[in-house]
Write a protein that binds this ligand. Structure first.
Ligand code: PXL
Length: 278
C-alpha cells in the first residue's frame, strides 16, 4: 500500500471534537501524511456552545497556497470540511486546480447544515458558493439537509425511498459524481448511508443509537476518507466509516457531561482493525 499525502481544509474548533481535531488524528492513524489548512480558529464549535470566539483565516490562505505551489508540493487528495467564509470557497477551488497531483481526488463534505437548518455562521450566499465547489468534486458527503440546500429540494423529517431517489437524482443532474448521503433512515431506531455513483445506489442500514450527536459527521467523513485512501471502494469505505462512527457513539453513551462530541479516540484501535492494519 503506498503512502499518500493528503490535505484537509477545515476549521480548528479548539474544544469540541470536530473538524480538524478529529480529521487529523483519524487520517494520521489511517497511515497517511495529513497536511492541514485551518479555515478558521474557534474556541469551540458553534453547535451548543454560546459566546465562542472566531478568527477567520481566509486572508492567510492565498499566501499559504502560493508557498506550497512554489515549493512544488502536491497532494494525492484534498478533503474539505467546515470552511470559514464564502470567499474561502473560491480559494479552495484554486487549490483543487493547482495543488492536486495528477489523478488526485477532490472530496467535499459540505459541512454547513443539519436537521433542516444551516449552521449559525452560514447564509444562502454560502450555499450558492458551496454548490459550485461540491458539484466539481469527485466525492461529496452531504447529510439530507445539506443535499436539500444543494438541490433546492424541500427538507422532510420523514420520507421514503422515492424521496431519497429524487434527492440523489437532483444531485446527479447538478453534476455530482459519487455521493455518500448520510443519515438516511426509514425506521425510528435505524439510520444508514446511501452510496450513489454511475453504478447506481447501494444502501447500508445500521442501528441509530441516539439523535444528533455533535461531530459525528466529521468523524464519519474522516474515517471514510481514511478507508478510501487505503484502497477500499466508496461503498466499503462508507460501511466501515458507519461501523466506526456507531462504535464511537457507543463509547460516549451514558456520559451526560460529554454532550459536545464523541470519544472517537477510544475507537481508533477498532478502526485500525477494520482497516486491516493491526
Ligand atoms: O461538525 C461540524 C462543525 C465544524 N466546525 C464548526 C462547527 C460545526 C458544526 O456546528 O460549528 C465550527
Amino acid at each position: 500500500m503506498s503512502y499518500h499525502k493528503l490535505l484537509t481544509i477545515q476549521d480548528i474548533s479548539c474544544v469540541g471534537q470536530c473538524s480538524l481535531t478529529v480529521a487529523l488524528p483519524i487520517l494520521s492513524a489511517a497511515g497517511m501524511e495529513t497536511c492541514i489548512l485551518p479555515s478558521a480558529v474557534l474556541s469551540t464549535h458553534t453547535a451548543g456552545f454560546s459566546g465562542f470566539t472566531v478568527r477567520d483565516l481566509t486572508a492567510d490562505i492565498p499566501g499559504i497556497a502560493a508557498h506550497w505551489q512554489k515549493e512544488n508540493i502536491r497532494f494525492d487528495a484534498v478533503y474539505t470540511g467546515y470552511l470559514g467564509s464564502t470567499e474561502q470557497i473560491d480559494y479552495v477551488k484554486d487549490i483543487f486546480a493547482k495543488l492536486l497531483a495528477d489523478g488526485g481526488l477532490r472530496i467535499v463534505d459540505p459541512a454547513m447544515a443539519d436537521n433542516g437548518k444551516l449552521y449559525p455562521a452560514f447564509d444562502m450566499d454560502y450555499v450558492e458558493a458551496m454548490k459550485e465547489l461540491a458539484f466539481q468534486a469527485d466525492i461529496i458527503l452531504p447529510n439530507i439537509t445539506e443535499a436539500c440546500f444543494l438541490t433546492g429540494m424541500e427538507y422532510r423529517e420523514s420520507y421514503d425511498p422515492a424521496y431519497i431517489s429524487a434527492l440523489l437524482g437532483k444531485l446527479y443532474a447538478a453534476g455530482a459524481k459519487t455521493v455518500v448521503l448520510t443519515g438516511v433512515g426509514y425506521a425510528p431506531d435505524q439510520t444508514g448511508v446511501v452510496v450513489f455513483d454511475d453504478k447506481g445506489a447501494r444502501y447500508y442500514e445500521h442501528r441509530k443509537i441516539s439523535k444528533g450527536c455533535h461531530g459525528t459527521g466529521d468523524v464519519y467523513a474522516a474515517a471514510f476518507v481514511g478507508a478510501l485512501m487505503n484502497g477500499k471502494s466508496s461503498y466499503e469505505a462508507a460501511v466501515l466509516a458507519a461501523d466506526y462512527t456507531v462504535r464511537c457513539i457507543e463509547l460516549t453513551q451514558g456520559d451526560e457531561s460529554h454532550w459536545y462530541g464523541v470519544k472517537f479516540e477510544l475507537g481508533l484501535p477498532e478502526y485500525l482493525r477494520m482497516l486491516g492494519k493491526v
